[in-house]
Design a protein around this ligand. Structure first.
Ligand code: C2E
Ligand code: CA
Ligand code: CA
Length: 682
């Protein structure tokens, strides 16, 4: 009895505790009878589903279940009534039919062996569900970042073995994931990048993300350039693995190297360029290796360009450089320095070898170049400086080689000069010459001389050729053969030529005023002047200024001018319109063919003095002179023979009916005053 009483008390106590639990649990606790009626329900969280407890007592549990979930819940309820414990998720609806997610634990309530209902705990899991949904969404977002990334995204373990990878990785490497997982990645990296890659990998183990560039092999053996970002996976301060993002930069690298290639190569000739030359010279200097630097300048290339057009000039440059490049000895590199200037660098300490190479280069010009069916004879002037003998600064060596080249040009072109040799003859002489020439006009150092031209038939004076003279107080008198090329290359010729024309016309006006009669004056026109923009205007202005009859003026142009067919014909017709005469100078030495003579409106042909020079010894030259005269006559041109020095020359010219002659036989070039005396003496 005592015992029973005690038991009862304990039960009451337990019941109270259960009741408290039942009432104060944050979850929803309920009893449902076998018919489904809710007969006891509680929640510490205030109203349940916004119903009052009173309202709930008159409802069945199904009234609280979301329409779509009812069938499921009925099944579960049946299970519980058959004695099973059920746990499931379900959507209940509140008083306004808003579904809320709950997790249900339903336990059968037995009295003796009979099941008298279900005890349930319903927990609002809508918040948890929301979090889960968000997690899933972010997981999906992450997966998209991983799976669908165009870059390779992969994970390594701490030993550098593949753990996971996306599809892009498989494509980039040419393997499927199964073939790679568990393998170390290092063997896929190109050998020369392995050490560097390991270094980067070690850096990432220190903590932060690291970016670098490397390259790996594709299964095919092709190299794939990569930009890599590696991110350590740290868990509680410990490295668990490494994430890696690999971007394929093969295309970018290709572009980069193409740009690099362009930066160091000349577009036209494909030769390495000036920048490339500097790079090589710097390397050679740093390594203290001896070398020779040769500046190779094409002779008269400018006139080819001016008269045949740039396109032809370009083609010529291409074929010249192609020929040279094909014959380079080992240890030699050819660069295009700019324009028609090439540089050959020969790595050799041996002067004999250097000179042999220069000779060899020059021999390569012996055969003519064929450009668009034209044969072009080219030569080159070469200047050579060597290191270390001529200095250990690139600019110095280059300048010395350039000066030597200049020297070679002034000494007949088609030759080469060692800086060391010319240095003995006075360093920078040529540079000095150009500087002096610039001041010559202003300094009144230039003058014009006049050389008579005589009519061979009548013996009468035909006219005079104006010839430029330069007397420099420091350098003495310099022949036009030496300074005209400098004036041409430096552009000074335009100014000088204008001055000569002005002086010659002024002289004509003076002679006219002093009653010396109607003289003809020939003025040499350099190719640069001829194609210079303001040339025609300048000509007209000068003629007008001195009231000179245009027919008294003869412009002597050389054959090289005449080779740019279209341009020259147009320009010559302009001159014809002005009424001035034109003579083709130095005929027989240049590029043009006899063919041009037919189409060009010219008046005189000047037979180069080299024909008369060789005439006595050379039958072929004699025949040639005879032929030229006949041909000129057939084309309606008059001939002026240059360099008539002897009685024999005059006889020969008369026999072949040359029209006029100019030369020492009659007179050399004279000052205006000397010329006046010369006339008076006749
Ligand atoms: P060029 O037009 O052929 O002029 C004729 C040259 O032959 C002149 O040389 C003259 O002195 C020289 N000479 C004349 N008769 C004889 C002779 O019987 N025998 C020999 N061996 N030579 C003779 P120069 O005055 O030294 O002129 C050389 C070249 O300089 C000229 O050749 C011409 O191309 C150029 N030049 C002269 N003055 C001017 C000028 O004002 N403008 C331009 N653009 N060039 C000029
Ligand atoms: Ca001349
Ligand atoms: Ca001449």
């Amino acid at each position: 009895m005592q015992k029973k009483k005690q038991l009862k008390a304990e039960l009451a106590h337990l019941r109270g505790r259960l009741q408290a639990l039942f009432e104060h649990s944050p979850d929803l606790n309920y009893f449902i009878d076998p018919t489904g009626r809710v007969f006891e329900i509680s929640s510490a969280g205030g109203p349940i589903l916004r119903y009052t407890t009173e309202q709930l007592r008159h409802m069945t549990y199904l009234d609280l279940v979301f329409q779509e979930d009812r069938e499921l819940v009925e099944q579960r309820f049946a299970q519980v009534l058959s004695g099973q414990v059920e746990r499931f998720e379900v959507r209940l609806i509140d008083i306004e039919d808003v579904p809320i997610e709950f997790e249900i634990l339903a336990i059968p309530v037995k009295e003796d062996t009979e099941i008298v209902g279900a005890f349930g705990v319903a927990r609002d899991i809508s918040r948890r569900k929301e979090v889960e949904r968000q997690l899933l969404a972010s997981e999906q977002r992450y997966r998209a970042l991983f799976d669908d990334n165009v870059d390779a995204v992969l994970t390594y373990d701490v030993e550098g073995r593949f753990v996971a990878m996306n599809h892009a990785t498989e494509v980039m490497m040419g393997y499927v994931a199964d073939e790679l997982i568990g393998q170390p990645f290092l063997p896929f990296i190109v050998p020369e990048m392995r050490e560097y890659t390991i270094e980067q990998f070690m850096r990432v183990k220190q903590g932060g993300p690291v970016q670098y560039e490397t390259a790996m092999f594709h299964r095919s053996g092709n190299v794939v350039d990569l930009h890599i970002t590696v991110i350590p996976i740290m868990v509680d301060g410990e490295l668990q693995g490494i994430h890696c993002i690999g971007k394929d930069i093969t295309q970018r690298k290709k572009l980069e190297s193409a740009l690099n290639e362009m930066a160091y190569h000349d577009y036209l000739t494909g030769l390495p360029n000036q920048r490339s030359m500097h790079r090589q010279l710097e390397e050679l200097m740093a390594a203290k290796r001896p070398f020779a630097l040769m500046v190779v300048d094409l002779d008269r290339f400018k006139s080819v360009n001016d008269s045949w057009g740039h396109e032809t000039g370009d083609l010529l440059l291409k074929s010249v450089t192609k020929r040279l490049a094909a014959h380079l000895p080992p240890g030699a590199t050819l660069f295009r320095y700019g324009g028609d200037e090439l540089v050959a660098v020969l790595q050799s300490p041996d002067e004999a070898e250097v000179l042999r190479f220069a000779e060899q280069l020059q021999e390569l010009f012996e055969e003519s170049f064929v450009i668009k069916d034209h044969e072009v004879v080219m030569s080159a002037s070469i200047g050579i400086a060597t290191s270390p003998e001529d200095g250990d600064v690139i600019d110095t060596i280059f300048r010395k080689a350039d000066n030597a080249m200049y020297f070679a040009k002034q000494h007949g072109r088609n030759t080469f000069a060692l800086h060391r040799t010319i240095a003995r003859e006075g360093e920078d002489q040529l540079l000095q010459l150009e500087i002096e020439l610039r001041g010559a006009l202003r300094g009144g150092e230039v003058s014009v001389m006049y050389q008579p031209q005589v009519n061979l038939e009548s013996g009468a004076l035909h006219g005079v050729e104006a010839l430029l003279r330069w007397d420099n107080p420091r350098l003495g008198s310099i022949t036009p053969e030496d300074f005209i090329p400098i004036a041409e290359e430096s552009g000074l010729i335009v100014e000088l030529g204008t001055w000569v024309l002005d002086a010659a016309c002024a002289q004509l006006a003076d002679w006219r005023a002093r009653g010396l009669g109607r003289l003809r004056v020939s003025v040499n026109i350099s190719i640069h002047q001829f194609y210079h923009d303001g040339f025609l205007e300048m000509l007209q202005r000068t003629l007008a200024k001195y009231e000179v009859d245009p027919a008294q003026l003869v412009l002597e142009i050389t054959e090289s001018i005449a080779s740019n067919a279209d341009l020259v014909v147009a320009q010559l017709h302009e001159l014809k319109k002005l009424g001035v005469k034109v003579a083709l100078d130095d005929f027989g030495t240049g590029y043009s063919s006899l063919q041009y003579l037919k189409t060009y409106p010219i008046d005189y042909l000047k037979i180069d003095r080299s024909f008369l020079e060789d005439m006595e010894t050379n039958q072929a030259d004699r025949d040639l002179v005879a032929t030229i005269i006949t041909l000129a006559h057939n084309l309606g041109l008059e001939t002026v023979a240059e360099g008539a020095e002897t009685e024999a020359h005059i006889e020969f010219l008369r026999a072949h009916r040359a029209d006029y002659a100019q030369g020492f036989y009659f007179s050399g070039p004279l000052t205006a005053a000397e010329f006046e005396t010369w006339i008076a003496a006749r």
